[in-house]
Design a protein around this ligand. Structure first.
Ligand SMILES: [Zn+2]
Length: 163
């Protein structure tokens, strides 16, 4: 398993719902958590490792030590509120960071690895990470959430870097 780097076209694909939460998915999610942590990432979505299914892993910011991870399967943002600017990066666009617009608070419904329904009401960094990773499942990379001027400059920079 390796992290796909921009402009790998798989990063722009739409992912399909997870149908079966089986042992394969559990071990894949665990491997993704290991990779994410090995590169000091805070989130990693399935298409970033070449899997076109709707799930992602991320750090659980509710835990102060940040040693717990979350797995969200078939997530859906069902409520959104407010607007915030956050400086973001992406493991698939390494070395580049820029401010993007996000909702301040969201409600996100998902399944966990046991197939249980979970509902989160994150704010702060957890909310931003959920939105960033959820976007990956729709083939949306974080430059899409920049103002047009910022996006144009950013895209020029990354298109020069990654060919
Ligand atoms: Zn990303």
């Amino acid at each position: 398993m390796e992290i796909k780097i921009y402009p790998d076209p798989i990063l722009l694909e739409n992912c399909k719902d997870v149908v079966n939460i089986d042992e394969g998915l559990v071990s894949t999610a665990k491997e993704m958590i290991n990779i994410m942590r090995s590169v000091d990432g805070i989130g990693l979505a399935a298409p970033q490792v070449g899997i076109l299914q709707r799930f992602f892993v991320c750090i659980d910011f509710a835990n102060e030590n940040r040693e717990d991870s979350l797995v969200l399967i078939n997530p859906k943002i069902t409520e959104m509120e407010g607007r915030t600017e956050s400086k973001e990066g992406c493991l698939s666009i390494p070395g580049f960071y820029e401010y993007v617009y996000r909702y301040e608070k969201i409600q996100i419904d998902a399944l966990d690895l046991d197939g249980n329904e979970v509902i989160y009401h994150p704010d702060g960094l957890q909310s931003v990470v959920f939105q960033h990773e959820n976007d990956h499942l729709d083939g949306i990379l974080f430059p899409e959430r920049m103002s047009q001027i910022k996006k144009d400059i950013f895209m020029k920079k990354i298109n020069k870097e990654f060919k």
